[in-house]
Design a protein around this ligand. Sequence first.
Ligand code: NAD
Length: 373
Amino acid sequence: MKIGVLKETKAFENRVALSPDVIKLLIKKGFEVSVEPEAGMASYFSDEDYKKSGAQVISQSDVFDSQVLLKVNIFTVEEVSKMKEGTACISLMYAYNHPEVLDAMNQKKISSFSMDAVPRISRAQKMDSLSSQANLAGYKSVILGANYLGKIFPLMMTASGTITPAKVLIFGAGVAGLQAIATAKRLGAIVEVTDVRPETKEQVESLGGRFLTVEGAEGVKVEGGYASEVSEEFLQKQKELIQSKIKESDLVITTALVMGKKSPILVTEDMVKSMKQGAVIVDMAVESGGNCEISEKDKTVVKHGVTLVGESNLPSLLPTNASQLYATNISTLLMHLASSEGFNLDREEEITKGVLITYEGETVHEFTNKIIN
Ligand code: NAD
């Protein structure tokens, strides 16, 4: 089977769907791989690196002859127009938000599989790119925040005086939040964390964070590995608890996600006003509306003396590692769906059913667990 890797066209995207190391493994399994020239350049993989891995580096129009095309971001309508009928595509699609691409795919009977629709089950962990990318993004959120802060993280006792450790407040102890806790602790900060799922307390504490418990309110329903519904009572009590904590924080990182919903607003403009001058907020949920009322997507702005970072593609700022991990995720999914002989779909199997979006001219996905993006 011929696999084709296209160069990403989305602005500020530095990642690539396959890394040279992963291509070596696919070739060992009998696949043929071709790569568009300079596809890996922004991830620091040269065309030479790809050739050494056994891939062919060929013109974009020849890459479109592949049986399956791989990308990080969803294929554009223009790219679909260049595909042959019956081609298969795998990428992060956030398909619910792109009906025009699905229409174009259906007209050409393109089979499409979406990486963001991989079910959060243990069997699919190696295919879970939302987690692999969120993990790196959690790390980068702390590094970026530290960069904007006029203070250091650790306690430092010097002849010139004692510097107290920075205080970091993290909303959400999912994949990104847990990595942010670990990173901020390693740098020496005091880390406090709030999450609606009480079971995260143990994980937060095992990383050295302090869990802020919201007393006397039911938390949240969890479905398919994601928080699905939070009570108003809980949110109100959480707000009261946070109001006092946020005033003392140097860095706030927000990662709160409720599946299928716009991100909850957890940091209001009044809370920002109450913060210390020079404090920083990194709003990781900015793509789906933001956890902070006044952060701006893809901008870093200063409001009320607080720096608000709204970077929506943090993994792209770590493109080498992000591409390596994504390549493992996408190739594992591909090998689940196909062998070197071709696709062999069992449409009732949970992972296949979960990721299949368009098939034989129809949109077949149920969109029960849609990610707003
Ligand atoms: P996750 O589902 O693993 O974690 C989200 C956590 O938020 C869960 O633990 C959930 O219980 C918690 N939560 C929900 N409501 C809350 C509330 N009111 N208060 C506190 N916690 C609450 O998700 P993840 O993979 O860690 O991703 C987190 C967020 O980061 C998502 O919004 C995701 O889209 C975003 N993200 C951003 C980037 C970026 O580059 N900016 C990259 C990756 C992920």
